[in-house]
Design a protein around this ligand. Structure first.
Ligand code: P6P
Length: 343
């Protein structure tokens, strides 16, 4: 169950000030960073919410470093996050799914101690069909003494994150955040334009009867992946002795938010189609922030063999398989993969 706040929710600003003052869990620069990212997400929410009226649906006619066609809103969301974060003096550099290389802080602005890496609009293939999308972000410290951070400065394991979060642009706009001391959810009050604390210390149930995976790739999966899913599909009459439900939004933020809210396991495994790329989802700005959040909520996150947060990245846009959510299911699926690897 997730704890809810008193009848009068506090704002994100007050929450962050109390985190800084009472727990000394964050400093003024990190507080500013989170506030700036939240403000940028509000601007993105407005553009996403305008849909066809905003003239920003459809393709931008360009490709990102992943070779994926960029949507106009991908490019706009990226620009919003860059502009919002350049001048504050809290960042040493930024990196994004939509940019080949890290973006330096312009010399006319002061630099800070943090690195921000983000997927400005995850699930953007869903925009034109009006399905929830989101922004995912991760905060690292710039390595000491590095004045001009390049790609190497970002190649830190997920355990080094000082904060992570996502905004989900759904029926309501929400910001879900961890500062390393639990996971908290804020809902945008559109009338006053503030994120209000609506859930403290979200917890993911250790067991679940709901799984999220793109079943159309089943014929490409490795044996332990097929074994795990076939057992779920066998239901009450099978080895698990109970029926399971399936959901797949094809928007990681929406699937993860559902799992944070009611449990579940999210899987994007390695398969024959994407084996040479290392996986589908990106480590630094999808898997790591979501794994940090899931672990902080009592869940588990692996690449099918090892803890995602302990993977030392080799490149900025590295991809990994992802198994995350309810602890006991992630443990089981990971055990099947480890057993297969040891045969
Ligand atoms: P598929 C969206 O493009 C994304 O990166 C994640 O948000 C989502 O979970 C996954 O890809 C969907 O992939 O192959 O089902 O379209």
């Amino acid at each position: 169950m997730t704890a809810t706040t008193s009848s009068r929710p506090i704002s994100l600003t007050r929450f962050l000030i109390e985190e800084q003052r009472d727990t000394r869990h964050i400093n003024a620069d990190l507080r500013l960073l989170i506030e700036v990212v939240a403000r940028a997400c509000k601007r993105i929410a407005i553009s996403v919410g305008r849909g066809a009226l905003g003239g920003v649906l459809g393709s931008a006619g360009t490709e990102n470093v992943q070779g994926e066609v960029q949507k106009k809103l991908d490019v706009l969301s990226n620009e919003i996050l860059l502009e919002a974060n350049e001048w504050g003096g809290h960042l040493a550099a930024l990196a994004s799914e939509e940019m080949d290389d890290p973006h330096p802080i312009p010399h006319r602005y002061p630099k800070g101690e943090y690195l921000l890496v983000f997927d400005p609009l995850d699930g953007s293939s869903n925009i034109d069909v009006n399905i929830s999308v989101g922004t995912i972000f991760s905060v690292l410290r710039c390595p000491p003494g590095v004045k001009e951070p390049d790609e190497k400065a970002f190649l830190q394991p997920g355990t080094k994150q000082v904060a992570a979060g996502y905004a989900v642009y759904g029926s309501s706009t929400m910001l879900v955040l961890t500062l390393g001391d639990g996971v908290h959810a804020f809902t945008l009050d559109r009338e006053i334009g503030s994120f209000m604390l609506t859930q403290r210390n979200l917890r993911i149930a250790e067991d679940t009867r709901e799984f999220a995976i793109n079943m159309s790739n089943m014929r490409h999966w490795e044996a332990p992946m097929r074994r795990y899913i076939e057992e779920l599909l066998a239901g009450k009459g099978g080895p698990r002795g109970t029926d399971f439900n399936m959901r797949w939004v094809a928007s990681m933020v929406a699937d993860v938010h559902r799992i944070l809210t009611r449990g579940g396991i999210f899987i994007y495994p390695l398969d024959a189609k994407i084996k040479d790329k290392g996986g589908k989802l990106r480590l630094l700005y999808e898997a790591n922030p979501m794994s940090f959040i899931v672990e902080q909520a009592g869940g588990m996150a692996t690449d099918g063999h090892d803890r995602i947060l302990e993977i030392v990245p080799k490149s900025l846009h590295q991809r990994v398989p992802v198994f995350l959510g309810s602890k006991n299911e992630v443990e089981r699926a990971t055990r099947y993969h480890r057993e297969a690897a040891s045969e």
